[in-house]
Design a protein around this ligand. Structure first.
Ligand code: MRU
Length: 324
């Protein structure tokens, strides 16, 4: 299966996630500016995939400039393209650390990071699947997931949807309920596309129906990805995750976060200081380019929220469940 982001003949190729599900196409990015543009309009998105983008973009910069100061300036702009997912700056730093050995060494590090991402997500999601089977007695299982934490959000395989692939292959999955229908429709556009492609039974539900689905007994467990995890176990993820965690707690349902350990920010004591990206008003005041609010409407459009550790059953990485 094609990777979400890869290095092909001297440039970065990505699956264009803005075009999905209407059109499956790839984009070829040959400069750091093109990559930053693709990150900011969400053509490539999802924390682990952004780690790959940071590393490969640093390789692009290393081949483009002879002067290390210019490479570092590009790398800094790239690391700041979006603020919340720690993986982006982590990928940049990891590749940049090899700059002294020349551009080929920077690229080799970036390619190693891509391989690792697929492997670690496979492991993390297998560990999370085991934990969910332990916590939830019902078979087959009904999972609810939020936003897109599938192969499109990673280099390959996925985190929360990685759990789905494992459970589906083992015959333990009845269906997936997929939301994030606002602000960006990423559950409807991307997660549904992946689930359909994999032949997993699913339904898309409006975000506002998730608590009602839990109240009706339609959900055994909520499983999501993460953009930044603080050392106390607080988790930043797509806006709406916190509300799902509150609803899951009210209904006594396990709430499991799955991520590679690169999403843990060792510098961060708690989620209070996570910088939350605020996005353009047009994402809310329009749907597919059509206005759905009066002209000039002011908007609150945070891309992420922080779920406190106390609402989370487990944060699972490739190392297993983490202790806060
Ligand atoms: O704004 P996005 O699409 O980059 O946000 C993505 C998410 O919030 C995902 O849930 C998260 O990155 C986990 S990806 C495995």
């Amino acid at each position: 299966m094609r990777r979400t982001i890869d290095w092909v003949n001297g440039a970065i190729e990505i699956i264009d996630q803005v075009a999905l599900p209407g059109e499956y196409r790839t984009l070829r990015l040959t400069t750091v500016d093109e990559l930053i543009g693709a990150i900011q309009r969400l053509a490539v998105r999802g924390a682990p995939a952004l780690g790959g983008a940071g590393a490969l973009g640093t390789a692009l910069a290393a081949f483009a400039h002879d002067d290390p100061a210019e490479v570092r300036a590009d790398a800094e702009r790239l690391a700041g393209a979006r603020p919340t997912a720690v993986n982006l700056s982590w990928g940049v730093s990891r590749a940049l650390a090899r700059l002294g050995d020349g551009p080929e060494a920077v690229l080799a590090e970036a390619l190693a990071l891509l391989d690792e991402d697929e492997r670690l997500n496979h492991e993390a999601s297998a560990r999370a699947a085991e934990l969910i089977l332990e916590k939830c007695p019902r078979r087959p299982l009904r999972l609810l997931t939020h936003c897109n934490a599938g192969r499109l959000a990673t280099v390959g395989w996925g985190t929360a949807l990685g759990v789905v692939w494992h459970l589906h292959a083992a015959g333990h999955l009845e269906y997936v309920l997929a939301d994030e229908t606002r602000p960006l429709l990423q559950g409807a556009r991307l997660t549904a596309w992946e689930l359909a492609e994999a032949g997993v039974p699913y339904r898309v539900l409006p975000d506002s129906a998730a608590a009602a689905a839990m109240a009706r007994g339609m959900v055994d467990c909520v499983v999501v990805g993460a953009d930044r995890i603080a050392v106390n176990g607080d988790v930043a993820n797509k806006i709406g995750t916190y509300g799902l965690a509150l609803a899951a707690a009210r209904h006594g349902l396990p709430f499991v976060v799955v991520a590679p350990s690169s999403t843990v920010d060792p510098e961060l004591r708690s989620g209070d200081s996570i910088v939350i990206e605020e996005r353009a008003a047009e994402e809310i005041t329009t749907v597919s380019g059509t206005p759905v609010a009066p002209p000039g409407t002011k908007v609150f459009n945070p891309a992420f929220d922080v779920t406190p550790a106390e609402l989370i059953t487990a944060v699972v990485t490739e190392k297993g469940p983490l202790a806060p």
